[in-house]
Design a protein around this ligand. Structure first.
Ligand code: 4AD
Ligand code: MG
Length: 466
């Protein structure tokens, strides 16, 4: 709290009250016979100004040693600051230097660095204002996720990272392998990874949904929050090979209930972040994207638009915009179409429902109450301005015969899904859920242009070595 500068100080009342702060020096300014340091410990955007006067032991040597990046502890008296930009500052009585930082080689000098350059030093970029703000907001989002679900009685369930099933059926999985590199004499050498997991095929999970469905048919309301993996070789500003996903699964719920939950959920997180991270949000508004606050207020205050896929196609076909990819009933929406709907047409988040059966995963509930050759499933995507698809969800097929037929028709073997079918065989219920891409959420809230900049250690084709 000292660094947050929100202390009310009455120096007369407590003339010798000393405090200690520890952190990293961001800047040093030398005036006549006095020096000012800005020290930051990561707790907030603004650090604490520390005033060093020549009365300190070894003042000259100390000033020489302290540069940007140096780690120190400073003990002194907090006083009201007369300088601009901070309420309090510290008059140092004692300074301890833990580690120096050579100004010739330390990359984070005072000048602004490009975000591309900072991406090449993922081990140091958390020490910048921008990444400090991003990772504090990321933390606040994670806390809000848990608070939202815990307040509503949802159980947080832990689904496996190693799995045999391809939930989304897109065939974009990383394989898991058992190798004794020492024994094979391969330690440190290139390896053939086409092995297996103790004699069985295994992969890194693309989604915890199927296991969440197991838990939802016992605990009613559950959610997952963990890492997921996609082996898609896409180099875009919205895709990662490793990303975090939140997947609630709700028994006795249909698609409308699912959409209501998703909308409430996003509103809750935005509200929480605006309340708890006002300085960081102001920083994004000023330095990253001037639409950040407008978008946030829209999420909170306005009702999301809800349209069917068929209506979305009609809008896209009628509009004057020239798209790179074709639009016609039965084709999936591309990023450009999604962004047009959210950013230009409705100018707010849009929930698109009831997609064609042919472009969606096997587990989605078939709309069969109306006979039509345009067969659809109870799927929904939430499209957000600036990001495109942020949530994908559906009502699940709870009817045993229909699910079994669907599994067959997409070329999967029902025997591999015996446990999933059991959920329909014994005590089946209508149920629904969705997946929120955590990084896309953080991107959406902060206005950061590239998804690689909202996760500390992004994984993508050609990503950094650690
Ligand atoms: O639409 P997806 O593939 O849906 C599922 O995985 C379902 N099993 C979810 C469910 O119903 N429980 O992925 C869900 C969300 C997307 O809307 C997107 O926000 C995010 O996950 N996502 C990615 N984020 C970053 N990088 C990628 N490669 C992503 N792929 C999906
Ligand atoms: Mg999707």
């Amino acid at each position: 709290d000292l660094l947050r500068g929100d202390l009310t100080i009455d120096p007369d009342q407590n003339p010798d009250h000393l405090c200690t702060v520890r952190g990293w020096v961001r800047t040093k300014r030398e005036g006549k016979e006095i020096a000012f340091l800005e020290v930051n410990d990561g707790s907030s955007l603004q650090g604490l100004q520390i005033v060093l006067s020549p009365t300190l032991d070894d003042y000259e040597a100390l000033i020489k040693q302290i540069n940007t990046g140096v780690s120190i502890a400073a003990t002194g008296k907090l006083v009201a600051s007369t300088g601009k930009g901070q309420k309090v500052e510290m008059q140092a009585r004692e300074i301890t230097v833990f580690g120096t930082a050579d100004p010739e080689t330390y990359p984070l000098q005072k000048k602004r660095h490009s975000i591309e350059f900072l991406r090449t030093i993922a081990h140091l970029r958390p020490r910048t204002n921008m990444f400090g703000a991003v990772f504090r907001v990321r933390n606040a989002c994670a806390f809000a996720v848990h608070q939202f679900f815990q307040e509503r009685g949802f159980l947080w369930v832990h689904t496996p990272i190693i799995t045999a099933s391809d939930c989304e059926g897109a065939g974009e999985m990383f394989g898991v392998t058992t190798l004794d590199l020492q024994k094979l004499g391969l330690a440190g050498k290139p390896v053939d990874y086409s092995q297996d997991f103790f004699g069985k095929p295994a992969f890194l999970t693309v989604s915890g949904q199927l296991e969440a469905e197991i838990m939802a048919t016992a605990f009613s309301n559950v959610y997952t929050f963990g890492p997921t993996f996609r082996a898609e070789n896409s180099n875009t500003s919205r895709h990662l090979a490793e990303f975090w996903m939140i997947e609630p699964e709700v028994a006795f719920c249909d698609l409308e209930g699912d959409a209501d939950l998703a909308e409430d959920f996003l509103k809750y997180i935005f509200n929480y972040v605006l309340k708890t991270c006002p300085e960081d949000m102001e920083f994004f508004q000023e330095r990253v994207n001037d639409q950040v606050m407008v978008n946030a207020r829209k999420i909170i205050d306005e009702q999301f638009e809800r349209i069917s896929y068929t209506e979305a196609i009609a809008i896209l076909e009628k509009c004057d915009k020239k798209f790179e990819f074709p639009v016609s009933w039965g084709l999936d929406l591309q990023s450009e179409h999604e962004r047009f709907l959210a950013e230009e047409y409705f100018r707010k988040p849009v929930i698109v429902m009831d997609y064609p059966l042919g472009i969606k995963a096997f587990y989605m509930r078939v709309n069969d109450d109306t006979a039509s050759d345009r067969q659809t499933v109870r799927a929904m995507d939430i499209l957000a301005p600036g990001v495109g698809e942020i949530i994908g969800g559906s009502q699940r097929e709870e009817r045993l015969d229909l699910l079994e037929a669907r599994i067959r028709s997409v070329g999967l073997n029902p025997e591999d899904y015996w446990w999933y079918l059991d959920l329909r065989r014994y005590g089946t219920v209508p149920h629904a859920g969705f997946g929120l891409g955590f990084e896309r959420l953080v991107q959406f809230i902060t206005g950061m242009g590239n998804i690689r900049d909202v996760i500390p250690f992004p994984r993508f084709p050609q990503s950094a070595e650690f």
